[in-house]
Design a protein around this ligand. Structure first.
Ligand SMILES: [Zn+2]
Length: 76
């Protein structure tokens, strides 16, 4: 797979996602599996991973978490 931005080579790696909900909720999901561009550092996250993150967010919200870092590998 090649980077859609710079056409550089993309390799398996990890990324993080920042989620903002309203004014007082910020959650960062770390260690998210992603394809990462070797040249520009842009990342591409798989739709299945995105769905897992959505489910994880619902769980975190039901637990009342509004701010913090969540390790994807532990939650998935
Ligand atoms: Zn790139």
């Amino acid at each position: 797979m090649n980077c859609p931005l710079c056409r550089g080579e993309m390799k398996h790696g990890t990324s993080h996602i920042l989620i903002e909900r309203g004014e007082d909720a910020v959650i960062v999901i770390i260690k998210v599996p992603a394809m990462v561009c070797e040249q520009c550092g842009d990342d591409f996250i798989d739709i299945q991973v995105t769905r897992k993150i959505e489910a994880l967010l619902k769980k975190l919200e039901s637990e009342g978490l509004k701010m913090g870092f969540v390790d994807y590998t532990r939650a998935a």
